[in-house]
Design a binder for this molecule. Structure first.
Ligand code: IMP
Length: 415
């Protein structure tokens, strides 16, 4: 048995939420493998709106179990709050004992660094993601499993704060004393202990028992720490290969890979975005696509479909197919554009360079359409929309397996 995987192809916010919610109904196990509560999507179930940041989407399938893998950085506070939406999750949610914790000082460092960077700020979500992964890599981090002995953990943290006192003071960060630290950790331990598990063995066992396992990526390929638009990236491996590290799987355990991509392109935070449209078209995309960040509420920057970046992302993730989201947001445009190459120092380039600064997009223009909203059969799409989808398949070299024409589950075309 192999795991299926969902991965974001652009700068996140591609609409993964709708697809994982749809797919999670057909899986026994749903796993997150990277990122933290910087990710997020909301789901409407009846008259309730649920916000998911850390808990995998399988939580809405009563028959599925959900795993938060070792590659995720977990704010115990954020997770406990999120869990409260669901009542009891014992036996349905498992948290890797190897996952690293985001503690308050990580959040304060993230926000202080952004302030100090001034105009050069990354535009992070301010959730402590970078500093928590930083602690992990520099080997001063702490794992969820350490909540099993809060006395020892509090000692270790206070010792760390003492050693780096001058740095915390320079950043104007108040450090907790032992008692404060211990009582905070005790709250976390009490709430999370029933869920802490060796999730690597659990995923292996699930595969051995022929369970269907879905791996849910967060953020997107262009935010990957190695392969994205560094330094304007998040601090984890957002690509499909990250699932191996973030869960303890081998590359041979990965089966079908679906890349989620918007029919246009958006980005939150700072950094290069070659196809950004700063004019009226960008405003229309933002308005019609309701482009505001789920976690921070920030307006997203909007622009045209970048086929060079999508082709790269599709290859790096090994995508078997793309799910093309929000096609209906392009309804009403006279002309729509796809960037099929870049101009760099007067030369035409069709591969993604190391830096996306100072790049001019080369566009191909197509006639627009109306009336794709809510369409659920390919035959019913306007011809120009069909031509647009075909062009995307042609220039990215990846077939489109699903088209989304609205937020509702029914507003979906399966090809
Ligand atoms: P961080 O992950 O909070 O460190 O933020 C680093 C960059 O990733 C910023 O540009 C954020 O806007 C972006 N980012 C992080 N999480 C998401 C997400 O879920 N969707 C879109 N962008 C994200």
């Amino acid at each position: 048995m192999k795991c299926d995987l969902i991965v974001g192809i652009q700068w996140g916010d591609e609409g993964k939420g709708k697809i994982v919610d749809l797919m999670a109904q057909n899986y026994d196990v749903v796993c997150r493998y990277q990122g933290g509560h910087n990710a997020g999507h909301t789901i409407v179930v009846g008259d309730k709106t649920l916000a998911l940041h850390l808990i995998p989407s399988g939580v809405l399938n009563p028959n599925a179990i959900n795993i938060i893998g070792n590659g995720v950085v977990i704010s115990p506070e954020a997770l406990i709050e999120e869990m409260q939406q669901f009542g009891g999750l014992v036996g349905r949610l498992f948290i890797s004992d190897k996952a690293h914790m985001i503690l308050e000082y990580h959040i304060l460092i993230d926000q202080a660094r952004e302030r100090l960077r001034g105009a050069k700020a990354i535009g992070t979500t301010g959730r402590g993601i970078g500093p928590a992964y930083g602690s992990k890599i520099e080997r001063s981090g702490h794992r969820i499993g350490e909540l099993r002995d809060t006395q020892k953990l509090a000692h270790s943290l206070v010792e760390y704060f003492e050693t780096y006192k001058a740095i915390f003071e320079a950043m104007d960060i108040k450090i907790p004393n032992f008692d404060e630290m211990k009582s905070t950790l005790d709250v976390y331990a009490k709430a999370l202990s029933p869920y802490i598990e060796d999730t690597t063995s659990l995923v292996w066992k699930s595969l051995d028992e022929e369970k269907r396992v879905l791996l849910e990526g967060a953020q997107g390929t262009l935010l990957d720490i190695d392969h994205g638009t560094y330094p304007f990236v998040t601090s984890s491996s957002t690509i499909s290969a990250g699932a191996c590290i973030g869960l303890g799987l081998s590359p041979k355990d990965i089966g079908n890979v679906t890349g989620i991509v918007k029919a246009y392109c958006t980005r939150v935070g700072n950094g290069p975005f070659p196809t950004e449209d700063l004019g009226n078209d960008g405003k229309i995309l933002g308005k019609n696509g309701h482009e505001f960040g789920t976690t921070t509420g920030r307006p997203r920057r909007c622009g045209w479909f970048d086929a060079v970046a999508v082709k790269y992302a599709s290859r790096i993730n090994g995508c078997d197919q793309l799910s093309l989201m929000k096609l209906d947001v392009l309804d009403g445009f006279d002309k729509v554009k796809i960037c099929t190459a870049y101009e760099i120092e007067g030369k035409r380039v069709e591969t993604l360079p190391q830096s996306l600064e100072n790049i001019k997009p080369i566009y191909e223009e197509f006639d627009g359409w109306n009336g794709s909203r809510g369409v659920d059969k390919y035959e019913d799409l306007p011809q120009n929309a069909k031509d647009y989808v075909k062009k995307i398949e042609e220039v990215t070299g990846t077939k489109v397996g699903l088209i989304s024409t609205g937020p509702d589950r029914s507003e979906t075309i399966i090809l």
